[in-house]
Design a protein around this ligand. Structure first.
Ligand code: BGC
Length: 739
């Protein structure tokens, strides 16, 4: 063959290769047209089948009935079915044996990890570094995908101002600005830019909405909130998730202003679809549709199905009312065909976007090697270390020397492999958890004698173990006491009326402290606790939270100075449970607290201030803020102002600081909080190093919802604060509008 003919052959081949994918795209009808075609084909039973999600067995198996339902096209999604072999097996039935070959969507609660468990979300929020949450979510997505699951019921973006509520551990704390940043990051981590990509999964922002405001902190309880508060405090993290492209939302259990969230047209349709243009689907929470009967807004099952579907719930989790009563409701004209078709359309749209029709299966050979890899464990360790908050460190008690002769490791959380995983620990296994005792042993030199004594149980039990613990402490140079909560005390259905350390743990700390030996308390818990005595009497406290699979290593990294703590509280720590709800962004009242004025807003028996404020946390080094500057003293309502500040590491170690910007609108048409977080940056500085930081404030940060629920910036004076917690820092001000 002559060379020129060879060249032209190559050119034509290249052209064909280039054009082929374009042709394929052209030939592929667009998603909405494919949905139209399916809707024309589907029977009513098949349509209602798409709206049904059923639970698998707790070990991840599907139920025999699922096979039959899927074969008949009557099951759109499952939850808790996991493992690549099982999901492929079920999927094969959908793709090969059902009439219309609509793939099944497999969902699971991979909230803070699948097999490699990361710190609980409240802990990750303490990092004030959303990129870490994005990273852990993307690792969780990879593991979850490898196990055949394409949809996680996360992120949980409920604002929580009440630590009695066990689910405070699943979210990002009390602040809407911080919460929105973490919501965005987690959606990006799970879904990426395109959730049809291998290793990416569909996210679900939950629980829409105001579930975290349950009265008295009692799970599932009523919420009653003004539209002002909803829009200002509870909506922003959901809005951020929607703007970040989240594919699904979950409707909450709670009653909201008299209309339960799972039958609430204002939140499900007016706000979500109307104002925010969300075009994905809403799944109800577990049996939330049936519970409309208990709420008293539905007289019976058909009524409940009608209320939820017509308000804007598309898929029913576990309950079967849509399927059981849909046909009759349509016949009686109580539900329109359009409502059903719309719900089916939204679900199919997301299945198409997820690429499920094109790639219904996962690679079974990939599963085992993708879980709990060395890299994933290393990431979990790093993220846990960046999520732990140093609450107190008098006389530089910490970090400890690795060359200590002897250390006593005490407490019921010192060698516990279960609690650090927290609630919703995915497919995590207790036996993979590195406990603090194991982490400390791996860290210190072989010359160091480590004695361990449990002291007491987390809850209940006796004080019989105190003697051995005290003896161990007496013989050691330093004692580290690990106290906190059990896994079962946090998460769903885990409300507490006391925020004290459960059982005999506080007495154990007191007994150890009484030995006079230097004592460090490490808290392993999922909510703020009332630890006033410890804060007053023990020189060093580390809030380690429930730090996941690698928590013991991460704790040891901090205790012995390999990692310098830089996290900050995303939630206020009260002094007493009676102060709850206590949060930093409260209104001023007409009578703000004054020490010497009885008739001001405070308590007779407890200070009004928190034990540890929002945004608070220490480091092994020190920082100094200076040179606060403003780009303008006066801006227009649609203008911008840039705040700049200098930060210097004035201590002797490299460390992280989180610089926080808060504003206060001095006078406006509605009352505004005394402080609101509007910017933050976590930075690392070497000793002596300085950095200039800039924050921009524009209408998005300066505005609020006025009496007509319009988002406005009103002229007037603003104060702002730049600090390292919500209670310290530099202060200045500017004016919006004419002076
Ligand atoms: C919880 C949800 C969870 C669902 C599925 C419910 O009880 O409230 O957060 O996603 O169960 O497991």
């Amino acid at each position: 063959m002559k060379p020129f003919r060879l060249t032209s052959l190559f050119i034509s081949l290249a052209l064909v290769l280039l054009i082929l994918p374009v042709c394929a795209q052209v030939r592929q009808p667009n998603t909405e047209a494919r949905i139209d075609a399916l809707l024309r084909e589907m029977t009513l039973a098949e349509k209602l089948g798409q709206l049904q999600q059923l639970d698998g067995e707790s070990n991840g198996n599907f139920r025999p009935e699922h096979l039959d339902l899927i074969r008949k096209g009557l099951l759109g999604a499952t939850l808790n079915v996991r493992g690549a072999r099982r999901t492929n097996q079920l999927q094969r039935v959908a793709m090969e044996e059902s009439r219309l070959k609509i793939p099944v969507l497999f969902g699971f609660d991979a909230i803070h990890g699948y097999r490699t468990i990361f710190p609980i979300p409240l802990a990750e929020a303490s990092s004030w570094d959303p990129s870490l949450a994005e990273r852990s979510a993307s690792i969780a997505a990879k593991e979850t995908y490898a196990a055949g699951v394409r949809w996680t019921f996360a992120p949980m973006v409920d604002i929580a101002r009440d630590p009695r509520w066990g689910r405070i551990s699943e979210g990002s704390g009390e602040d809407p600005f911080l919460g929105a940043a973490f919501a965005r990051a987690r959606v990006r981590g799970f879904q990426g830019n395109d959730y049809s990509a291998t290793g990416k999964i569909l996210a679900c922002a939950k629980h829409w909405v105001a579930y975290g405001a349950a009265e008295a902190g009692r799970d599932y309880n009523t919420t009653d909130l003004s539209e002002q508060t909803l829009r200002t405090i509870y909506f922003p993290p959901f809005k951020a998730a929607v703007d970040a492209g989240v594919g699904t939302l979950m409707s909450a259990f709670n009653d909201l202003n008299g209309v339960p969230s799972s039958a609430n047209p204002f939140t499900l349709t007016k706000v979500l679809r109307g104002e925010w243009k969300f075009d994905g689907f809403v799944v109800s929470d577990y049996t939330a549709v049936t519970e409309l009967i208990n709420h008293g807004v539905a007289a019976n099952e058909p009524d409940a199905a009608r209320a939820a579907l017509s308000a804007g719930v598309d898929m029913e989790m576990v309950g079967r009312l849509f399927n059981r009563h849909g046909p009759q409701l349509l016949k009686e004209g109580k539900l329109t065909q359009e409502t059903v078709d719309q719900a089916v359309r939204r679900i199919l749209r997301i299945k198409f976007r997820l690429g499920l029709f094109e790639h219904p299966y996962v690679d079974e050979a990939n599963e085992a090697g993708s879980l709990l890899t060395k890299e994933n464990r290393a990431a979990a360790r790093e993220i846990a270390g960046r999520s732990m908050v140093l609450l107190k460190n008098d006389h530089e008690t910490l970090p400890l020397s690795k060359g200590l002769r002897s250390i006593a490791v005490i407490g019921p959380l010192a060698d516990n492999q279960r609690a650090p995983l927290g609630w919703w620990s995915g497919d995590g296994r207790d036996e993979n958890t590195v406990t603090p005792l194991a982490g400390i042993r791996a860290k210190v030199s072989s010359q160091t004698k480590i004695s361990y004594a449990k002291g007491c149980e987390i809850e209940g039990g006796t004080t019989e173990g105190f003697a051995a613990a005290i003896a161990a402490a007496r013989e050691a140079e330093v004692t580290i006491v690990f106290v906190g909560e059990a896994k079962e005390m946090v998460g769903e259905a885990a409300s507490r009326s006391s925020l004290d350390l459960p059982g005999h743990q506080m007495d154990l700390v007191k007994a150890i402290q009484a030995t006079g030996k230097p004592t460090v308390v490490v808290l392993v818990n999922g909510r703020p606790l009332t630890i006033g005595w410890i804060a007053e009497n023990v020189p060093a406290i580390l809030e380690a939270w429930m730090g996941g699979t690698e928590s013991g290593n991460a704790i040891a990294d901090i205790l012995f100075g390999d990692v310098n703590p830089g996290a900050k509280l995303p939630v206020t720590f009260p002094r007493a449970v009676g102060q709850v709800p206590i949060y930093y962004n409260h209104m001023n009242t007409g009578r703000p607290p004054e020490a010497n004025n009885r008739y001001t807003s405070k308590y007779l028996d407890t200070p009004w201030t928190p034990l540890f404020p929002f945004g608070y946390g220490l480091s092994y080094t020190q920082f100094k803020l200076s040179n606060l500057r403003l780009s303008a003293q006066n801006i227009r309502p649609d203008g911008k102002v840039t705040v700049s500040v200098e930060i210097e590491n004035t201590g002797r170690r490299t460390g992280d600081e989180v610089v926080q910007l808060y504003i206060r609108d001095i006078a406006s048409s509605v009352t505004r909080p005394v402080k609101e977080l509007k910017g933050f940056q976590r930075i690392t500085l070497r000793p002596g190093e300085r950095q200039h930081l800039k924050f921009t404030l524009s209408s998005e940060q300066l505005g609020f919802y006025n009496r007509e629920m319009k988002f406005v910036v009103e002229p007037g004076d603003f104060k702002f604060f730049v600090g390292t917690s919500s209670e310290d820092g530099l202060e200045s001000g500017f004016t919006v509008g004419e002076r």
